[in-house]
Design a protein around this ligand. Sequence first.
Ligand SMILES: *[C@@H]1O[C@H](CO)[C@@H](O)[C@H](O)[C@H]1NC(C)=O
Length: 226
Amino acid sequence: MRATGVLRILVALFTIATTWLFASTYFSHTGMKSINVKKWLRSHIEPKQTPITQNKCSNRRLCPEHTFAFRIVSGAANVVGPSICFDGNVLMSNVKNNVGRGLNVALVNGTTGQLIKIDSFDMYSGDVNNLLNFMKAADQGTLVLVASYDDPATKLNDEARKLFTDLGSSHASDLAFRDNWIFLGGKGLKHKSPFEQYLKNNEKTNKYDGWPEVLEMEGCVPKKIE
Ligand SMILES: *[C@@H]1O[C@H](CO)[C@@H](O)[C@H](O)[C@H]1NC(C)=O
């Protein structure tokens, strides 16, 4: 009699336990489901958080409204071409397949930011007159962006150097064989451009055997108000 009593209690406990287990599993399951539905609704119906937008030209700093963002990178030795980005558009790069050894130059309307023209000029074996003719298109208010690749200077003459100096360059007069140079200047600029970097080709300090380290410059250039 006693043994059956104990057995009954055990059976009852077992039933309660399995019921509880089943119920807890079931309810926690549906509970999970309802959370998932909420999540699903949230991700599909509620507006997404504002995405992190990239600054123009991947600049670290967001450029103010009255300026154009730009980024200029020089060539790396004679291996990787330079790149010029202006107002969010890559104007010249290896990928665009429109860069070359020498000087890579982009002319941009300083008021509207519209591209006027681009070209690259071989300064080792090319004709400097091609560069001089190209630069004639730079009217008052034109922005001039320049990136060197390999050799920017062998064929550079006084006339071409003066032209860049007049655009605000501090180093155009010193440019020599395989120096690195990046520059943003403007036709009609009355002072030196703050947007210029220059590295001399120097065996002792060169990063690569025959070439100095790559130069990179980003910034915000004020729009010209007419
Ligand atoms: C820039 O564009 C404006 C509007 O089209 C034009 O009036 C002006 O002459 C242009 N400036 C240059 C330097 O091209």
